[in-house]
Design a protein around this ligand. Structure first.
Ligand code: UTP
Length: 225
């Protein structure tokens, strides 16, 4: 099986890098890569948000701030490369075709951001589409997709299985505010729909059992075309 993992920056670097979590993730990715092809995309987390906030003082240029965000995602990617050691390609991969090439030599390609204007969720969805992955696993700070924002609505229900169209609908609702109720951004949801990508969205607890997750055993949300 070919699997793309999308590791949210807020999971990897909540306040500061979660070393214990990075160790666990690296161990699992290494083990999974013995039987499967693995590619990874890493997000920016709190550090990216803080740099972007600081940059607002100096410039209104959104694209410029996106470039700052991309740099931070790549620093996080370097951290995961360090944790994976020999198993990872030693440079942060910046192109989907390069990711494919790296997989051919049995190394794990690690990507951060690519271009301004979207988040690493969109990068992961495009990578999964480009690689024709069998599965995209999104690890985020919410433990699945809810019918409304669980942080605002105590009656919000987690959805065990939804279609890619439903994911787009839900992601569009959360779009008005960054990181709103949508666990993935709307653009990523559209790419998942377009690429007909089977996706599993899980939280940090499931993330330390990725062996089970890729077999379909998890408490998150399965998204099917
Ligand atoms: P993230 O993918 O981490 O954004 O990229 P996010 O979803 O807001 O954060 P977490 O990690 O899930 O908490 C951080 C920022 O980097 C820029 C954007 O500004 C984004 O908000 N970025 C990232 C890009 O412009 N292009 C990319 O391909 C990736």
């Amino acid at each position: 099986m070919r699997v793309v993992f999308d590791i949210g920056g807020s999971v990897l670097v909540p306040d500061e890098p979660d070393i214990d979590f990075i160790k666990k993730i690296a161990y699992q990715l290494t083990k999974i890569s013995e039987d499967h092809e693995v590619a990874v995309v890493v997000g920016g987390g709190k550090v990216a948000r803080e740099y972007i906030k600081a940059a607002k003082t100096f410039t209104p240029n959104e694209t410029f701030k996106d470039y700052i965000g991309i740099h931070i995602t790549r620093a996080n990617a370097m951290l995961l490369i360090a944790a994976l050691g020999e198993k990872a390609y030693p440079f942060v991969v910046q192109d989907f075709r390069k990711a494919w090439e790296v997989m051919q030599v049995k190394k794990i390609p690690i990507m951060g951001g690519t271009h301004p204007g979207h988040t690493t969720d969109a990068v992961a969805a495009l990578l999964a589409e480009y690689l024709q992955a069998d599965l995209l696993v999104v690890i985020t700070n919410v433990d699945g997709v809810y019918d409304s924002d669980p942080r605002k609505n105590p009656n919000a229900r987690k959805l065990a299985k939804i279609t890619t169209q439903k994911l787009v609908e839900i992601a569009m609702q959360g779009e008005s505010k960054a990181g709103g109720s949508g666990v993935v951004d709307a653009l990523a949801a559209k790419f998942i729909e377009r690429g007909k990508i089977k996706t599993i969205i899980v939280g940090k607890e499931d993330a330390i059992r990725l062996f089970d997750v890729i077999k379909g055993i998890h408490n998150g949300t399965l998204v099917v075309p």
